[in-house]
Design a protein around this ligand. Sequence first.
Ligand code: ADP
Length: 218
Amino acid sequence: MKKQFAVIGLGRFGSSVCKELYKLGHEVLAIDSNEDRVNAITNHATHSVIANGTDENTLNSLGIRNFEHVVVAIGDNIQSSILCTLLLKEIGVPQVWVKAQNHYHHRVLEKIGADRIVHPEKDMGIRIAQHLVSEKIIDYIELSEDYSIVELIASEKVAEKSLIETNIRAKYGCTILAIKQGEDINISPLPNEIIKQNDILIVIGHKNDLKRFEEEGL
Ligand code: ADP
């Protein structure tokens, strides 16, 4: 289903969110107070406007209340990011996702009702580090302080075994959500599904359990 998004702030983060949403076929309104940034996004957004995201009248005249989802990607200017988020929540935008600069920024955003707060540099750093420390880890998504989803390469230890035989859930407390074989992805695989060497296993679990599985079970 086609959705309507607005992205406010078109730095590296905001512009890549905008381009990707547009590429995925959604309607995207791109907003930045800097003319050059707006010009650079014109061909990668449905509409693009030079506007100040902290001006309530401007936000209203852009009809921002009609957007289901607004991304605030104002970088260094924490004050503007907070004010913009506050206005969007007051106007009644249901989903306001905001890029935070630091922990204090995060806490304020939480208090004023941001629906999701992201730390792209921090999250990417964690993912890259996970990938660096183990060649078996392809990707890593942190769900909370304790739980994660990882993509792991199936080694010969589990190859040619069914999910039941590997007994991963009982032994390690982890659950295989999906198995990727080349371009194919099998979501919610059955217990008798056979794992092949070099398949990619998408596994959810407690971080400690995932680590144990990766170190001992694969
Ligand atoms: P990144 O770290 O993602 O590259 P930047 O700090 O470079 O982020 O980019 C933030 C963008 O937000 C800049 O293009 C800047 O012009 C824009 N911006 C800053 N304040 C406002 C505002 N009040 N309204 C709209 N855009 C803003």
